[in-house]
Design a protein. Sequence first.
Lengths: 386, 149
Amino acid sequence: MQYAAVTGIGQTQYKARRGDVSIAGLVHEAARNALDDAGLDWNDIEAVIIGKAPDMFEGVIMPEIYLADALGCDGKPMLRVHTAGSVGGSTALVAASHVQSGAFRRVLTVTFEKQSESNAMWALSNPQPFSPHLNAGAGGYFAPIMREYIRRSGAPRDTGIKVAVKDRLHGARNPLNHLQMPDISMQEVEDSPMLWDPIRFLESCPSSDGACAMVIADEGLANDGPRPPVWIRGGAMRSEPTMYAGRDEVNPQAGRDCVADVYAQAGIDNPRKQLDCAEVYVPFSWYEPMWLENLGFAEEGEGWRLTMEGATSLDEGGDIPWNCSGGVLCSNPIGASGMIRFAEAARQVRGDAGEHQVDGARTALGHAYGGGAQFYAMWVVSTDKS
Amino acid sequence: MSERLSQQFELGYTYTRSTGPIVGRFLTELRQRRIVGTRGDDGRVYVPPMEFDPVTASALDEFVEVADCGEVVSWCWVSEPRDSHPFDTPFAWALVKLDGADVPMVHAVCAGRDEMRTGMRVQACWAEETRGYITDIVCFEPEAQGKGP
């Protein structure tokens, strides 16, 4: 397998509504920013890999067709990736594999969502004949799984509140974020309306507009740009069915298998020690302790302790800060959210994450999940090629 | 006995669409009964305007006003209009290249079957009330005698 590196990163401002631009304008903006970051132009790109959440969300069927000119795809291969909420991560991995395989030397990858124009809430669970309509959004679907986590682990009830505050305090350091809540308090989160027990309003992700893009290049081109290359040391995807007898939805097997694969590729056997930080898909607060366990940062049933001890907090000087960018709890353009995690992990390694930089970060994890917590995509990126 | 059941169903949601600065300007100009395009990197004028150059992908922002008359480049006669067609009498779908534009746009031409021909001159017939829709141009009609170039 060829070495591959991130050489350009581009994001848009994340906002509740980007009414100033069309969908094409939104993706073009992120892609242009990534090209500028890499010191490149459209002609320098050999293939374009695009991802977004399901078509029904925005009601644009096959948006990749309409976006071909906005992304400079004329005369180039263009591929759409589609794995629900994890799509931002899997799109980056497909783009990386285009380079790692040796098929292309330099590719552009872009993901987006314009939630202000979409119907993500209800298009998530389409009614089907012969069965009653579930009619649940993501919060309603995941809430029972979080309750089961609380029952099993005995986690204190304010663990979720702590994550909600911690990620918003991180997020206030990142000017790109949709939610800017530098003065948020535990009390404010606790007083916010309970939406789907145990998830309160302020323990949930917002609905955002935005796009994220990266340029991925092979070893020969990795040092061509103005920025230091960020080497992709491991990447993997795993899937499992939405429902089957014996499925552990709290600690899904696909997530455990996926991260074990990534760690093996990257030579990691103690993630808490060997990783400097992690950008993990936490759309609802309780997913931090759950994923701390699923991703091997804590023993099963112990993830909440890391959260409560401040191990994942920049502000508390934690040893393994999670979601220094503010994470999905601060900006959630669904199709892009996974790629933002991957890109923010790369920014940490590059050392240009600004106010949310982890000092001296060299190795970081980017993570995304989607569907009924059944699609996983992860990568480990590093300053070192091998 | 088992049956292999099937059932039809409908699925529908509500959405919003933002036009952005380029298509938004095009539609806004229609309200004033003006037609604008954008100039591509190779100098060609696209009507309706393109947001991004189809060859170079650069963002286009030079607007060019074109005439509301032009030439039929190609056409197809609709002899039996259906309910969803814009007219209940026979008309033509046509590619109309407006004067000042380098590419044709698709619209309807209301003319007699015997009048239709490639290369004919046509002129926009504007709606009495314009609101920023492509249908502010009701159709194109044969240009009045003597008005052509």
